[in-house]
Design a protein around this ligand. Structure first.
Ligand code: HEC
Ligand code: HEC
Length: 311
């Protein structure tokens, strides 16, 4: 009877710790955050139709006063230093914009950049976002701009795919071909990173230096991202990049509006730079487990052998 009472006490206290205290502590150390929202559901649904031709002229009239589109031979109108001085941040090249930003986000961003990036709290008292909002523009024209940006990015990526194919065909060696392909994929991830994050963040380990000095504009200096994958982990980054306010309420870092693929490319690139041994480590795990399994079987057999003599 006494043993049963002791057991009951142990069960009750273990239960309290397991179901009561642990989840509470866990929720304080790691507050629950809603998963990343790649539909950008807080922004208006956008269903207008546009044309590439109209988009091209709208972009020429409205956007290339600040942005370059390198793949189309459109050079940025200002050098980096002048742009940095005028806007506090260098307007990014738009060659890849149609491929990496979500459509709903782009429409919302063109209409109202501060709202779409969730940084309205920073632009008060007459302070304006450096990119003007085109809330006067018709939905058809905005849809056209997006159609044109998508066309530009598709053209660029198709051209790169052809170049890659030609390069791979230059050798018969399949390991060499695989290496060429891997290098091209990594170069693409780097480009996505530079487009989406590189105007504000350094990544010293990959020799990437921010194009802009945004400390004045942002009111804080963006951290170097070389080791951020280790410091914060993939799970945090997945929700943070998608919506920084979810983790750091009131932060200056804008929601950049990447679609799911582009965000994955960015995180993979951060992993390749800051945690380059991850693949090796994970590839080793099955071997270690297999080894342990064999040792368990061997020691069991050995124990049986030894004890068989005792009886
Ligand atoms: C007066 C200069 C100016 C004009 C005109 C302008 N932009 Fe921008 N744009 C900027 C600046 C500056 C940024 C960077 C803002 C930041 O980092 O906070 C930016 C950022 C962007 C981004 C990146 C968004 C993101 O989430 O990171 C896109 C896409 C973009 N602009 C598209 C356009 C399009 C399309 C037009 C024309 C309809 C346009 N811009 C017109 C200055 C401009
Ligand atoms: C327009 C500038 C800008 C862009 C673009 C930008 N960031 Fe940031 N980021 C910031 C600033 C400013 C901070 C510091 C925020 C603070 O101190 O509240 C920051 C902070 C961070 C942090 C640290 C968060 C933490 O928990 O401390 C990470 C991680 C990060 N950014 C990742 C990214 C990634 C990845 C991208 C590209 C997808 C990106 N940022 C694009 C300005 C930017």
């Amino acid at each position: 009877m006494k043993e049963l009472k002791i057991l009951a006490v142990i069960v009750v206290f273990t239960g309290i710790t397991y179901w009561g205290v642990e989840p509470l502590a866990h929720s304080i150390f790691h507050p629950h955050v809603a998963p990343a929202d790649f539909k950008f559901a807080d922004l208006d649904r956008f269903e207008a139709e546009g044309t590439v031709a109209n988009g091209k002229s709208q972009v020429e009239m409205n956007c290339i006063a600040c942005h370059g589109i390198e793949s189309e031979g459109i050079v940025a109108p200002m050098d980096k230093q002048t742009a940095n001085m005028s806007y506090g941040v260098v307007p990014p090249d738009l060659s890849l914009a149609g491929a990496i930003y979500d459509e709903t986000f782009l429409a919302g961003f063109i209409k109202n950049p501060a709202k779409a990036t969730k940084t309205e709290h920073k632009f008060t008292g007459g302070k304006m976002h450096p990119m003007p909002g085109y809330d006067w523009m018709s939905n058809e024209d905005i849809a056209s701009i997006i159609a044109y940006l998508k066309e530009v990015s598709t053209k660029k990526l198709e051209k790169e795919a052809l170049e890659l194919k030609a390069e791979m065909n230059s050798t018969q060696d399949s390991t060499e071909q695989e290496a060429i392909k891997k290098a091209a994929e990594k170069a693409h991830r780097k480009e996505v990173f530079e487009n989406a994050c590189g105007r504000c963040h350094d990544m010293k380990y990959a020799k990437i230096e921010a194009t802009s000095d945004v400390s004045n504009y942002m009111g804080s200096t963006p951290p170097d991202l070389s080791m951020m994958i280790i410091a914060r982990g993939e799970k945090y980054l997945t929700t943070f990049i998608n919506d920084p306010q979810k983790h750091l309420h009131g932060t200056a870092m804008p929601r950049v509006g990447l679609n799911e693929n582009a965000q994955k490319a960015v995180i993979k690139y951060m992993e390749e730079t800051g945690d380059s041994k991850k693949e090796e480590r994970e590839a080793l795990a099955p071997w270690v487990l297999g080894f342990l399994g064999i040792m368990v079987i061997l020691s069991f057999l050995w124990k049986k052998e030894v004890w068989s003599e005792v009886k």
